[in-house]
Structures are given as C-alpha cells and as structure tokens.
Design a binder for this molecule. Sequence first.
Ligand SMILES: [Zn+2]
Length: 289
Amino acid sequence: MGTQLMLAGLVQGNCGEEWNLHHPERVLAIQRRYAEAGSECILTNTFGGSRIMLNRHGNADLVTAINRAGVEIARQAFGGRDGYVIGDIGPFGGLMEPYGDFTEEQVRSAFNEQAKALVDAGADAIIIETQTSLEELRLGIEAARLADAPCVIGSLAYDVTLDGSTFRTMMGVDPERAAGFMQEHGADVAALNCGTGMDMDRALAAVRRYRNATDLPVMVQPNAGQPKLIDMKVVYDETPEQMAKGVVPLLEAGVNILGACCGSTPDHIRAFRHAMDEFLCHESQTLRR
Ligand SMILES: [Zn+2]
C-alpha cells in the first residue's frame, strides 16, 4: 500500500492514511486494481492508523474516522463480490520502555482503539503486521481479541543476517519463537511480511520453520526484492514472473494465504493468482484420480 500510495502522489513522510478521508477515490482505485487482479484479501489503508502514529500528523482526532473509512473503501474495492477485508495495524512507530519513551499502557490503548474501530466498521480480520518485537505483537493480538475480531493474524518482519546464514527480526526474534508465541497468545494465523532480504526463497525457509513450530495456518507477503536507490527513487525490481516462480514451492510447503508487500503491484498479484490457480487445478485433478 505504501509504495502504491507514493506512486499515486503521496509525498514520503506525509500521512497516507489521511487519504481515506480526503482522497478516498485514489485509495479505492489502487485497491480495485488488486481485486481485479484476483486478490481475495485486501488490507485496509490503515497501517499507520493508530493514535500514536496519526498524532505525528496532527490527526489523532481522526482515529475512528480514518479506520472506518479504510474498511469501507476496501470493501468497496471488491465491487460486490465476496472478499476478505483485513484491518491493518502496523507498528506504533517507536520503542516501549525501558528501551524507548512509550509506556505499555499507551501502546495498548492505541491498539485497542484502532482494532475496535476496524472491527466495528466490519473488518473480517485484523492483521498486526511488520512487527519486530513480541511485546508489541502481543498488545496487538490482545487488542484484536478484545475487539472481537473474527480472525487475528500476527505478522513479523524478518531481516536476513549480515552473513546471510539466517534471518530474525530487528529485535532478535526467530520464526520458531514467533510462531510458538503467536499460537500461545491467541493468534489464528502466523504470518510474515516485508523485512530485508526476505525474497520468495527466504519466505519458503521461514514457512518451513513456522510449520515446524505451529499448526496454525500460515500467511506470507514477501517484498518484490531488495529496494535499490535509482535516481533518488526507491525501486523494487523483482518482476511478477520472477516472484511467481516461488508460488508453487510455497504452496507445497503449506502456505495458506499468499500475498506480497513493498514494491509489489497488481501485476505481481495477477501472476500469483495464475500460478496458484494452476496449482490448485492440478491438485484437484490429482485428487480425483
Ligand atoms: Zn513491506
């Protein structure tokens, strides 16, 4: 969503969630392209829609309005057909005590408020995404549960280590620990998204590690490769065809929900959809035989 909003004219550092109220047609146009490409799930444009994040743009009074509008736009993007609107909660954007200035209570109340606004507006699920710390993730999961979200997805952002041998979150969490933690704390789906160096192959490795640690359904959203700075613009250069090659191995490894994060476009999702449909069609034929 973030990279698509910037393509549509959002200036880096400005409040993209505010567009739900002031430029809903732009958000809708983006999301509609994903629905048309075959997405069955659309995340709301509310990544930075918590009070703590919105407050940085003077929009703390608009938490409920922005999150409600985010759900309505995503629903509209499906144009009347069935689809899942996933209410998106991103990181609150700071560190909690003792590492940073925010108290657990501030973060808890910000997540509770956002989760309630999303669920009250009709979100089918809540995703707590791009998380790096289990403490923050736990507050998000609890907020979604408290709001009676029909489905709660916990999603971590992993970075490949400098020597390339493995990956963990910025706060040092590995996939086994994250998966076990999410199951223990009431998430319905264990996920990963974004991160650094987490291409389709790394995502596959992460899925296998999740599978060894939990029996929860697994969701992945890798970035379209590594960001590169070209002419002072951030460019993600993994093509839909390149990424789509990783779809079948991920499905064979047991992925239940598959999407993509930064730099991916409707064409990436269309290529995923195509690869997935072929795989499922082939599977059902094999089963019938
Ligand atoms: Zn991302």
